[in-house]
Ligand binder design. Sequence first.
Ligand SMILES: Nc1nc2c(ncn2[C@@H]2O[C@H](COP(=O)(O)OP(=O)(O)OP(=O)(O)O)[C@@H](O)[C@H]2O)c(=O)[nH]1
Ligand SMILES: [Mg+2]
Length: 344
Amino acid sequence: MKFVDYVSVYAKAGHGGRGCVSFRREKYVPWGGPNGGDGGVGGDIIFKADNQLNTLLDHRYRKHYTAKNGGHGMGKDMHGKDAPNLIIKVPVGTVIREQTSNQVIADLTEDAMEAVVLRGGRGGKGNAHFKTSTFQSPKFAQPGEEGQEAYLVLELKLLADVGLVGMPNAGKSTLLAGISSARPKIADYPFTTLVPNLGVVKMKDYTSFTVADIPGIIENAHLGAGLGLQFLRHAERTFVLLHLVDVSDDLDLDPVETLIKTNRELSMHNVDLAARPQIVVATKLDVAYDGHRLSRLAAYCEESDIPFFKISAVSKEGINELISHVSVLIGQMRKGELNTSTNT
Ligand SMILES: Nc1nc2c(ncn2[C@@H]2O[C@H](COP(=O)(O)OP(=O)(O)OP(=O)(O)O)[C@@H](O)[C@H]2O)c(=O)[nH]1
Ligand SMILES: [Mg+2]
C-alpha cells in the first residue's frame, strides 16, 4: 500500500435553494396571498476521522468535492429540501488547513471525530415571508446563499507517544520490530524504511504506548538530501524522541557528530522538535567490541545531561531497561506531570 500523507483538495459546500414567488390560487378567492416556500440549506462539507484508514491516498486522485445544493422553494408553502452533508473520511491524525492562509481549520485526533469545514448556503426565503399588513403581495423572494468553498491542505501527522529518529541504518526499524508486533522492513542498507511505521508496545502492567519509526535522516535533509524531511511531520506529535546512534566499532563516523548533525536537521524542520525531550540510545552493542565509539557517546551525553541508554537488538541487552524507562516517562507525561511541547 502506498503511503500518502499530504494532499491538497478543492471543496465546495452546497448552494442554498432559491426562495419561491408564488400566490395562492383558489376558486372563489380572487386575491390569494403569497405562498412561496423557502429554499433548502446546501450540504456542508464535513471531514470525519476513521481509524480504518491510514493514508490520504484516496484523496489524491479525487481532488474536487462538492456537496449538493439545497432544493428550491415551491408554491403552496413548500420548502425546498435540505441537501445532505458530504462526509469525507480521513485517517485519524489528519490536520486540515486552508491553503492560502495556512490556517488550521480542523485537527482530527480521534476516531469518529468530525469537523464541519465548509458550511452550505442558507436557503432563500420565499415570498410568503415578506407579507405584511400593508404589503400584501410581495413579488420577490431571496436567492439562496452560496456555499463556502476553499482549497484545503490535508496533512496526516501520525499520533505516537514515541518517535524513533536517527541516521539511516541506525537500527530504528530493528528496535521497533523487537518491542512491538510491527514488522517493518529491515536491511543493512540506508533508507530501508521509506514510510513511517507505527507499533504498539505492550507492557506487563497492561499499559501500552505507541512508537513511530521514522525514515532515516541525513545531513542536509532539510535541503532535500536522502528522503528529506518530508516524514518529520510524524515526529511532531510525539512526547519523546529516541535518538538512535549506531556505536558499532567499524563505523568511521564520530557518534557525537552524528548526534549533533541529526539534531540540527530536526531543528531545521521545526525548532520545537529540537526541544522535544530526547533520549539517546546507542545501538548495536553486540558489535561494539572495543567500545571506543560507545564510550565517547556516553561521555558526551553525561556531560550534556542527556538521558542515555545502550541496547543490542541481537543480544536484547538493555532493551527492557529502555522500555521500562520510556513507559514510566510516558505515564508521567500523560498525567501532565512533565512538561512537553507537542506542537501540531
Ligand atoms: N549487530 C547488530 N545489528 C543490528 C542491530 N540493530 C540493527 N542491526 C542491523 O543494522 C541494519 C540496519 O537496521 P534497520 O533497523 O533497518 O535500520 P534503520 O535505522 O531502520 O534504517 P533506515 O530504515 O534505512 O533508516 C540491519 O542490517 C540490522 O540487522 C543490533 O543491535 N546489532
Ligand atoms: Mg528502517
